[in-house]
Design a protein around this ligand. Sequence first.
Ligand SMILES: Cc1ncc(COP(=O)(O)O)c(C=O)c1O
Length: 447
Amino acid sequence: MQIDKWLKKDLEFIWHPYTQMKEAKKFPPILIERAEGIKLYDEQGNFYYDTISSWWCNVHGHNHPKIKKAIKKQLNSLEHVLLAGFTHRSAICLAERLISIAPKNLTKVFFSDNGSTAVEIALKMSFQYRKNLGEKKKKKFISLDRGYHGDTIGTMSVSGIDLFNKRFSSLFFSSFKIPSPYCYRCPVNKSQGNCLTECIKPMESLLKEKAPEITAIILEPLLMAAAGMIVYPQEYLKKAAALAKEYHVHLILDEVATGFGRTGKMFACEYVNGIEPDFMCLSKGVTAGYLPLGITLTTDKVYKTFSADYQENKTFYHGHTYTGNPLCCSAALASLEIFEEEKTLFKIKDTIPLFHRGLERFRGLPLVGDVRQLGLIGALELVKDKKTKRGFDFKERIGLEVYKRGLKRNLILRPLGNVVYLWLPLCTKRNELEDILDKTYQVIESL
Ligand SMILES: Cc1ncc(COP(=O)(O)O)c(C=O)c1O
């Protein structure tokens, strides 16, 4: 009764994200009361494994005492202050910490409050950098088909998921789109294992022809998450970084999803030795999933072109009200301390191979066309026919079926199209992992 009352109110007042509200009565949201570790509990005490880390942001589990303590401590002294003309210790300490763990050439931190803004800021900075230098023609971006960088108009302009974006396309600024390195559906028809990353060629040709018009390439390093957890070769990222250097084009790495240990390293770009992005965008896991924060890191070289006499009008006119909020910064600092104290990156070295072995079992299932994994992210691409790789039609709603069957087994599975994925908190224990994999297997087997 109590629950019904709350859900009625929910449906009366809330418009939920990525949700067809017409169906919300039939599939009402689940009222979550509390959470602990990797489990969410509803009002009746049922639990759900947070197998998608609450939209890819939870890192050390829910209700972590250290993060709670840090936020409370911060709250006792300062909840918020604007970051223009003012500053505070949590922002300063966090900026210093982030710079110490980011690729060495990144030396400046610009704060915002979510992943989309972290990316928008990188796009705007790259664009204005060219203006600052008088490079008037360099104003376009290269991005990947199927890429995803956020839901604002600017970030959608460099994203490539038609389902989300197409209807808004007349609002976008033009950018060059190139095919994504989607190995299972290889754009140059190579079989896996026979790959020379020829799929980089469209980027190379475009740069050869159009580099004077291009300011930056934007990439999600190694994992195109919203596209369906497409894991691509390190060699592709390495070559893209080399091409950006060769053609004097910025490299923007969007680590909003991949940052903070999820791929097995602190940042996915660390898989490529010595990589030097011009911008790196962070959010989601930066506060371990406790509070919203966006970070755009850049280089001295970029920063210096904005630093000029006021009258030259090179100021970066961008800032959000909650930019660098003290509570968010203190949560982020606590999370980084936990990484050290709990040796998180060391511990997941044991979990990742177990996850890998568990996922490989799924290859035998008739509907599983591809199995992909990077760190604690795993994906199963469902197909109707393994030979032709024909997927399920959008209207068949295989994802909804997976979702419903998952919930019955304590799992939160929200497939991206035909791709069922697990995005596990880094604190997932061995017994929890085994249970999650067994239950996911049952779901897919039952389809
Ligand atoms: C790679 C990437 N960039 C940017 C974003 C946007 O982040 P936010 O939802 O916080 O705006 C996302 C969100 O999923 C993402 O996966």
